[in-house]
Design a protein around this ligand. Structure first.
Ligand SMILES: [Zn+2]
Ligand SMILES: [Zn+2]
Length: 160
């Protein structure tokens, strides 16, 4: 995904602009992501939450406890129902992230996943991306968490 990506919901009431590249782009096959996306899996990009600007209508949120045991609040458009975003609750490093659904991008072709998790929950009719690191359940810290930590550590001197 490029640095100035834009996106929004299907009806256009909710719009967003990204002011940075995503830290991690991943595909999650957990049951909750299947439900929330309405598809085989959820394709999401994780970006620093202070680098995403939302405009237009307010999202509605539905909070769930994920397969990994975290509280996640999923944002969608109350008018058209499109999944748009998700935020982790609590005070872990994940709470500094904004997840955006790849399908909400104006140009989803720029989505470039490196990780697929919970592939043990994937369905036989789903074809996997050939080049991703795959995990049966949660990804290893090296695949996701360490990259988030490194991103925020690298940002510290200039912009906090
Ligand atoms: Zn909408
Ligand atoms: Zn998931």
């Amino acid at each position: 995904m490029n640095k100035e990506a834009t996106g929004g919901c299907a009806c256009g009431a909710i719009r967003y602009r990204c002011r940075d590249r995503p830290i991690v782009e991943l595909i999650c096959h957990c049951r909750d992501c299947q439900r929330a996306s309405g598809g085989a899996s959820a394709a999401v990009l994780l970006i620093a939450s202070d680098r995403v600007i939302f405009e237009g209508a307010d999202q509605a949120f539905h909070a769930v406890t994920t397969a990994s045991g975290n509280r996640l609040s999923r944002g969608f458009c109350p008018a058209c129902g499109s999944p748009v975003s998700a935020r982790w609750e609590g005070d872990s490093i994940y709470s500094k992230l904004q997840a955006l659904y790849a399908g909400s991008l104006d140009d989803p072709s720029t989505f470039s996943p490196t990780v697929e998790d919970w592939v043990s929950r994937a369905y036989p009719w789903h074809t996997f991306h050939p080049d991703t690191l795959k995990f049966g359940e949660r990804p290893t810290p090296q695949a996701v968490r360490d990259r988030i930590v490194a991103y925020f550590a690298a940002r510290q001197p200039s912009s906090g």
